[in-house]
Design a binder for this molecule. Structure first.
Ligand code: 13P
Length: 259
């Protein structure tokens, strides 16, 4: 039994449709009973239009659901954005923030990630805050510099919140960009070294709950490699992309986390 309750979160990205989702929700409902959910937290993050469907299918199960992103501002003329208050209105208790796809494709900065965390904290929406280096950065020996900068911004936002998020609502996800969707999973040793660095950095920033913070690994996690990753001391579960779209694969990962 790990000191921290593992989390397995599915990031569906821009995938799914109302029928496929129903199949997935049905399978998760059937397989993830309360005893398993007593050992691990499971969060499913579909695209915005399906959050209501997630609420309807999962609301009474103990399986949690969340958004993939949230606005960095409270309200106003921000066409296409969705605020933390709106997520909270819907009963949505989690949002991914700072995913590398948003950092890279939408040019999201550490400052914007921090602002999103502040918005989530103000509305009691838990965060799954993503960090991770690119292949170029790793090969240039800059992994710790990049992770350090990203963690500093997250820790500062957490510390500045008027209503701090409880530690169980703060999850970090180390997702090396070179491992996302590539089939090139980080080795358990590489993941552990990064996770340990992140936890120590969080503590060095003065974040009091660093030891209790769940740090997930993401990047080509499959049922076959999940157990070896989750066995590492500072790896507290996974943020799963492709394998979260296939019920048996996702459930295999959940079982590995609960073992
Ligand atoms: P894959 O599991 O498809 O590599 O995606 C990881 C990810 O980006 C989850 O947020």
């Amino acid at each position: 039994m790990k000191a921290r309750k593992p989390v397995v979160a599915g990031n569906w990205k821009m995938n799914g449709d109302i029928v496929a989702n129903e199949h997935l929700f049905t399978a998760l409902r059937a397989a993830l009973g309360r005893p398993l959910l007593g050992r691990i937290d499971v969060v499913v993050c579909p695209p915005y239009p399906y959050l209501g469907q997630a609420a309807a299918w999962l609301g009474d199960t103990g399986i949690e659901w969340g958004a993939q992103d949230v606005a960095a501002v409270a309200n106003g003329a921000f066409t296409g954005d969705v605020s933390a208050a709106m997520l909270a209105d819907l009963g949505c208790r989690w949002s991914i923030v700072g995913h590398s796809e948003r950092r890279q494709m939408a040019g999201e900065s550490d400052e914007q990630v921090a602002a999103k965390i502040s918005m989530c904290a103000a509305h009691g929406v838990g965060v799954i805050a993503c960090i991770g280096e690119t292949l170029d950065e790793r090969e240039a020996g800059a992994t710790e510099a990049v992770l350090g900068r990203q963690v500093d911004a997250i820790a500062a936002a957490l510390a500045a919140a008027a209503q701090p998020l409880p530690p169980e609502r703060v999850v970090l996800a180390y997702e090396p960009v070179w491992a996302i969707g590539t089939g090139r999973t980080a080795s358990p040793e590489i993941a552990q070294a990064a996770h340990r660095f992140v936890r120590e950095r969080l503590a060095a920033c003065g974040y009091g709950a660093a030891a209790a913070t769940r740090i997930l690994y993401g990047g080509s996690v499959k049922a076959a490699n999940a157990a070896s990753l989750f066995a590492m001391h500072d790896v507290d579960g996974g943020l799963i992309g492709g394998a979260s779209l296939v019920a048996d694969d996702f459930l295999g990962i959940c079982r590995a986390a609960a073992a």
